[in-house]
Design a protein around this ligand. Structure first.
Ligand code: UTP
Length: 496
């Protein structure tokens, strides 16, 4: 075929558009950018799109950092055959040093009680905000809505979001002070999440104290060619950029500055899938503050060496996470000279961040490292046919919040109580599923009741709203004062 006598860019546009007339309608800057990264196919259907669709596609393309995507994708290809870096990290890892364990002596008990008072005072002084990351797609659970809407209450079916809203309300009542609630959503969860809050009138929270902000998106690329996949002629296959997108999103939303101007000093960070998290745990806040920590993480002991949890370790004087997939069976069971498991400290994804540390991270651009994951992604092919692969065909790119750990100059690890605090909903069935999480909520409630002298059968379903009690002592007091009855905690209130 004879080439037209035009310069290189015009030639690309000519081929994209089919004729010189249509070329006028293509966005030249976008076409140039795409040509540079071999992504010209993204404009394949340009001429057939309405004005609105063209604008939408152009915006999506402009939001993609093709240079980074290409670099990271290429690096992952080159690195995929060598596990060297992983092996080195594992060999260098030691059990974490800066750890506050669950109290086991009177002295430690006193230390925790002191921290609890310090944490409570910080709440009274409105120094702490809550961050809930709720932008994930929850693909393992297979729930058709944002995971925060999942009905988790064993009796009432109250949603995860309601559990957190009630915890925040109850904390504010107990300590006084304001607790701003920052909820990170993504394009996959934003509108529905906001509608859900509206529908429930924010469960009684002052809506001015709740802020929704959206994280960024990343495109999926074909695993063998690195070309960005399309879900429709006017749409790229985009997905949320991982919980590590939080840092950048806090900056671009202006919320970090707003929190600083409101006097917030620390953030209690948690994931949307764990209804037994103790939001604004005063002991954790206090230990974080007393140790001048930039980033504090609550960990729990792994139940068995190969349990699929990331673990916190020290590597070259920094706290880091080693993913379970980085450890082989023998390594996972490795012990140190004291006979202790090296890889015991399972990550609960409950963290405290100091405002100064987040500001420090964002001042460097706010971007944590990108990780590449192999995924199965539906897309359209060059003929516009929908392809539903049965095996991983694509690479997705995500940032992880725990990559902030080694960047902290002071990081602290605090051992939490696993049974009490860590019962997430990850899978549809089996471990970490709605069934195990609901059972945990009932179990904790039964333990609180037993502490107050009411022993129920192990099979009894019980549910305690955080507004009724945040802990065993509060429940015992309410029962003793007649403010609540055991009956009311074991069945739904009669419809009126
Ligand atoms: P997970 O890693 O469990 O991912 O997220 P997920 O999307 O909820 O579920 P799967 O892996 O698809 O089954 C842990 C926490 O991080 C949030 C999630 O909403 C959850 O609270 N998250 C995850 C985000 O906010 N954004 C993301 O891009 C990814």
């Amino acid at each position: 075929m004879q080439k037209p006598a035009v310069n290189a860019i015009e030639y690309i546009l000519f081929n994209l558009c089919g004729n010189r007339q249509d070329m006028k309608t293509t966005p030249p800057k976008v076409a140039t950018k795409l040509a540079e990264y071999h992504q010209e196919h993204l404009l394949q259907w340009w001429d057939e799109l309405s004005d609105e669709q063209q604008t939408s596609l152009k915006t999506q393309i402009e939001s993609v950092d093709f240079e980074t995507i290409q670099r990271v994708w290429q690096e992952s290809k080159q690195g995929s055959d060598t596990a060297d870096t992983g092996v080195d990290r594992v060999e260098q890892a030691a059990a974490p040093g800066a750890v506050v364990l669950q109290p086991s002596s009177d002295a430690e008990e006193t230390q925790w009680q002191h921290a609890t008072k310090v944490g409570a005072k910080l709440l009274t002084d409105s120094k702490v905000a809550v961050i809930t990351v709720a932008g994930g797609q929850g693909s393992r659970l297979g729930f058709a809505h944002p995971k925060g809407m999942f009905p988790i209450g064993p009796i009432s079916n109250r949603s995860l979001f309601q559990v957190f809203a009630e915890q925040i309300l109850a904390r504010k009542r107990r300590h006084g002070g304001e607790i701003p609630w920052l909820i990170m959503t993504s394009s996959a969860t934003h509108s529905e999440t906001m509608e859900f809050f509206e529908q429930h009138n924010f469960w009684g929270l002052d809506r001015n104290t709740v802020a929704f902000f959206q994280q960024g998106s990343m495109p999926a690329v074909d695993a063998s060619s690195g070309r960005v996949l399309m879900s429709a002629p006017d749409a790229l296959c985009l997905s949320p950029d991982g919980h590590g997108g939080l840092v950048m999103a806090l900056k671009t939303s202006g919320l970090l500055d707003r929190m600083a101007s409101e006097g917030v000093e620390d953030f209690f960070y948690h994931q949307v899938d764990n209804p037994t998290v103790i939001l604004c745990d005063t002991a954790l806040i206090g230990l974080h503050a007393l140790n001048n920590s930039q980033l504090t993480t609550s960990v729990v002991r792994k139940q068995y060496p190969t349990e699929p949890m990331g673990v916190l370790v020290d590597i070259n004087d920094h706290v880091e996470i080693i993913e379970y997939s980085e450890l082989n069976e023998a390594q996972a069971a490795g012990k140190d000279a004291s006979g202790q498991w090296i890889f015991w400290a399972g990550n609960t994804a409950i963290h405290m961040f100091s405002l100064g540390f987040l500001e420090h991270l964002t001042s460097g651009g706010g971007q944590l490292e990108l990780h590449v994951a192999s995924k199965t992604v539906e897309h359209i092919d060059s003929a516009g046919n929908l392809i539903k692969p049965s095996e991983p065909n694509a690479n997705k790119f995500e940032r992880f919040i725990f990559d902030a750990l080694p960047l902290a100059s002071t990081a602290l690890i605090v051992e939490g109580n696993r049974q009490r605090e860590f019962n997430p909903v990850k899978n549809a069935e089996g471990n970490d599923s709605p069934a195990t999480s609901r059972a945990a909520l009932s179990r904790i409630a039964r333990e609180w009741l037993a502490n107050a002298g009411h022993t129920l059968a192990e099979s009894a379903k019980v549910e305690i709203s955080p507004l009724t009690a945040l802990d065993a002592d509060e429940l015992a007091n309410s029962l003793a004062a007649g403010r609540i009855t055991v009956d009311a905690l074991t069945k739904l209130p009669d419809a009126t």
